[in-house]
Design a binder for this molecule. Sequence first.
Ligand SMILES: Cc1cc2nc3c(=O)[nH]c(=O)nc-3n(C[C@H](O)[C@H](O)[C@H](O)COP(=O)(O)OP(=O)(O)OC[C@H]3O[C@@H](n4cnc5c(N)ncnc54)[C@H](O)[C@@H]3O)c2cc1C
Length: 373
Amino acid sequence: MAARSADAIVVGGGLVGSAIAWGLQHQGLATLLLDEGDVAFRASRGNFGLVWVQSKGLGAPHYQRWTRASAENWPSLAADLAARTGLDCGLQQGGGVHLCLTEQELEQRSRRMARMQEEAGNFGYDYRMLDAAEARDLLPGLGPEVRGASWTPYDGHANPLNLLHALHRSFTLAGGAYVREAKVIRAQAALHDFRIGTAAGEFSAPRLVLAAGLGNAELAPLFGLSTPVRPQRGQILVTERTTEALPMPTTTIRQTSDGTLLLGDSQEEVGFDLRQDPAVMAAVADRAIRCFPWIGRLSIIRAWSALRVMAPDGLPIYDESETYAGAFAANCHSGVTLAAAHAALFAPMVARGALDPGMEAFSARRFQVTQAA
Ligand SMILES: Cc1cc2nc3c(=O)[nH]c(=O)nc-3n(C[C@H](O)[C@H](O)[C@H](O)COP(=O)(O)OP(=O)(O)OC[C@H]3O[C@@H](n4cnc5c(N)ncnc54)[C@H](O)[C@@H]3O)c2cc1C
């Protein structure tokens, strides 16, 4: 059977792959989005929904700049997706806070924020450390244990399921082809010539982007790439709806547009284990109640766990193959936050055929150890 051909293939229909596929299709490239489907690990359906900037990129100012660029592009992405699909991504970007429960936490946070501002240099990094009284003015209902907070104007949150749905829908409405149950099982790579075998058929294109989340680790070497990502589990609790209002998200508590609260989110090194752990769930709930005692009156109505896609240093990986020109890889653990950068900035680079020189710092070559002679 002849392979179905296109201008570009994107492997992985999660938030990263969908944003890139939508961006490519928008650039005028006929794009195929190949997705494994429900059996795969899918961070995109289990995340917290923050569009978060304030703690991103300590010691890596390029990551802070990339995250800020995405946050700046988010309003136009949300407006564009809404106009094309009628779906509301629920974007709110009125700033966000990180709450500190001890003097030690507050001191550490203060040092971290000062360093981030220093590293940002002329690019700037707007933040404020709030004492307990200032934090209480901003977030009524804070508990007596809260010692203070950091605040930046850049942060926000969105509805990540609507985002994923809107990306898929706008991609297909623009003529892109989404192929489900299409796990990559065979691959032939040559310069600008990629042939992909899946249970759903054979596909070929001169450009290929690997955006298969945790699946990238196995796929990348087939294309002369390396994406050493590992799973990191996070657990999230959802409360019943409340009439209390949380004016802005915190790093671990946010209110959805229908009034429920999301409480999160743990960071557990447990491999590919998606079980929920009552002890971790209790710790998540305990911290939330120490921050806002009124949360203790609410029932938990849902809880889940999902696996983050983590590089060894926690930063994204964006790469292009040195062996097979035309092959790219994208991985990150902030697929909601970075969706706008993936659609508006990364996809055009792929369409042009090369990543911008500034992206070199994100290459997985940073993990290669140089042997001393
Ligand atoms: C608990 C938790 C909280 C989080 N909170 C936030 C947050 O607040 N803000 C934020 O920005 N980010 C957050 N994230 C991270 C965000 O969810 C991820 O960065 C993002 O979902 C990663 O998307 P992805 O497309 O790379 O991976 P995935 O969502 O895992 O998607 C990968 C896709 O690739 C497909 N696939 C895999 N292997 C193959 C193959 N061989 N062939 C074809 N297809 C394949 C799968 O079917 C899947 O659809 C959180 C994550 C977790 C787990």
